[in-house]
Design a protein around this ligand. Structure first.
Ligand code: ADQ
Length: 458
């Protein structure tokens, strides 16, 4: 059997007992790799001035972890610069937050070259290489041109933007061409796939061929839709182990009979936190019957804190939280608890189950695993309600959630009120319908489908 080689910007060692807030890619890829095993290659997360000429390899269980470090300039240009100040905002439809510098694009290319150089000696002819996400778009082509002939696939975890937005990156054609150097390119949703199709045809002047294939000059690739998912069948059990944690017990006791609304997100502008807080405040203002009856817990660990847009967001949210608490809190009740930290995975899952409402309203999101985890963690006999943004990729599959437009504050407020008051029969019906989808497409199914399609290129 072919060895699976996964490449992603960060490599996350599997350890469910540790506090985590690594984000969805790490959670999804780690779950997928735990079954197949193989080699996982990427950045260690360390910034070091002395650079090694080879990757550091460590083995744990059935996975070899190979990591490289970045120096400060590489970090600034590749990670903080082009990846997180151009591609991330743009692909989440925030060109206003984009800050393009040619030198960052060059740094992005040169870190991809370095990754290729350090990965090459580790590769074997019968490998299957699966590269993940926007940090590493050029890597597949670089490996190909260095003589690697095994199948190479790419999966984009974040949305793919419409061509009109993509064109705002001066060298956007190089990005589309780089994607075409893969055998298979996977997207989260049909809208993302269509964005790519449009970009190949109208951005490059390429052709859409039958069977989801594309051609431009000498490049030919296949593309498809592979919505990432979760470990559907085990999350509820994992959540039960979290009920023993000190943190969970304190949360449960502190609620008394109040209904819990829970949100869990990296502190990122794509997650729509200011809008979400505003809609919650509207609920307290316009429907005072909920005052003292609900508690909203927002967990939001700081992410990319050294990028200005993120620091600005953190500041804005601090002000909003202070305003809501100052306006509505009482001696013995606080309407909102805001925690900037990561928790163990089982504690997070136990919190989901304790909540009456999962409040997941990103402005734009590739998929959003929190939405799926919330559903899978519920008690089948008394499930909570998912209020979900229709701008999250997850809304395609979880159409039995209470879908809301995150830009329509009144609708979100109404969604919250409806979720808090929903009768048990309707909660069960919606939950069963969402669980059926998540059982059909769990994380293993996602991985198998992608790798099976990629295997056709051997
Ligand atoms: P993210 O933007 O990071 O992922 P998401 O899909 O919601 O978003 O995944 C976050 C993960 O981290 C979840 O598994 C969640 O439970 C966990 N997490 C978040 N905060 C935590 C905390 N404080 N403590 C512990 N765990 C925490 C990106 C894309 C998404 C896409 C995923 C996977 O932006 O759209 O769904 O990749 O493809």
């Amino acid at each position: 059997m072919s060895r699976l080689v996964v490449v992603s910007n960060r490599v996350a060692k599997l350890d469910s007992t540790k506090s985590g807030s690594q984000g969805g890619l790490a959670v999804g890829v780690a779950a997928a790799m735990s079954k197949a095993g193989g080699l996982w290659f990427g950045w260690s997360g360390k910034i070091e001035s002395a650079q090694r000429s080879e990757a550091r390899v460590e083995t744990a269980g059935n996975i070899d972890y190979a990591t490289v470090s970045l120096n400060q300039v590489e970090y600034n240009q590749y990670y903080k610069g082009f990846a997180n100040s151009v591609l991330w905002p743009l692909f989440h439809q925030r060109p206003d937050l984009m800050s393009y510098r040619e030198v960052d694009f060059e740094g992005y290319l040169s870190v991809n070259e370095k990754m290729a150089r350090l990965l090459l000696p580790l590769l074997r002819p019968d490998d299957t290489v699966w590269i993940h996400d926007y940090h590493l778009i050029p890597l597949g082509g670089l490996l190909r041109r260095a003589g690697i002939t095994c199948p190479i696939g790419f999966f984009l975890h974040i949305p793919f933007p419409p061509l009109d937005l993509l064109r705002t990156v001066p060298r956007y054609r190089e990005l589309i061409t780089a994607l075409m150097e893969y055998d298979l390119v996977g997207f989260q949703t049909d809208v993302d796939y269509r964005g790519f199709q449009f970009s190949v045809v109208y951005g490059l002047g390429g052709e859409a061929l039958p069977d989801n294939c594309f051609r431009y000059r000498d490049y030919e690739c296949k593309a498809g839709v592979y919505p990432i998912s979760i470990e559907t069948d085990t999350l509820r059990e994992v959540g039960k182990t979290g009920e023993a944690s000190e943190e969970f017990k304190r949360l449960e006791q502190s609620l008394t009979d109040r209904q819990l609304i829970v949100g869990v997100d990296r502190l990122d502008y794509s997650k729509g936190l200011p809008q979400r807080l505003r809609a919650y405040e509207n609920l307290l203002r316009t429907q005072p019957e909920f005052i003292r009856k609900v508690v909203y817990l927002q967990v939001a660990p700081v992410s990319r804190g050294d990028v200005k847009a993120y620091a600005d967001l953190a500041h804005q949210i601090d002000e909003q939280v202070g305003h809501i608490v100052g306006t509505y809190a009482d001696f013995d009740w606080v309407p909102l608890r805001y925690l900037n930290r990561g928790f163990r995975r089982n504690t997070i899952l136990a919190m989901y189950n304790l909540a009456s409402v999962g409040y997941v309203t990103p402005l734009r999101d590739g998929m959003n695993l929190v939405a799926k985890e919330f559903v899978a963690a519920q008690d089948p006999d008394n499930p909570g309600v998912l209020v979900l943004s229709d701008m999250a990729g997850a809304a395609d599959e979880l159409d039995a959630a209470l879908l809301v437009n995150p830009y329509d504050s009144e609708q979100v407020t109404q969604g919250l009120a409806e979720a808090l008051s929903m009768p048990l029969a309707e909660r069960k019906e919606r939950w069963q319908s969402m669980m059926a989808v998540l059982r059909d497409n769990d994380i293993h199914h996602w991985q198998e489908r992608f790798l099976e399609d990629l295997g056709q290129f051997r």
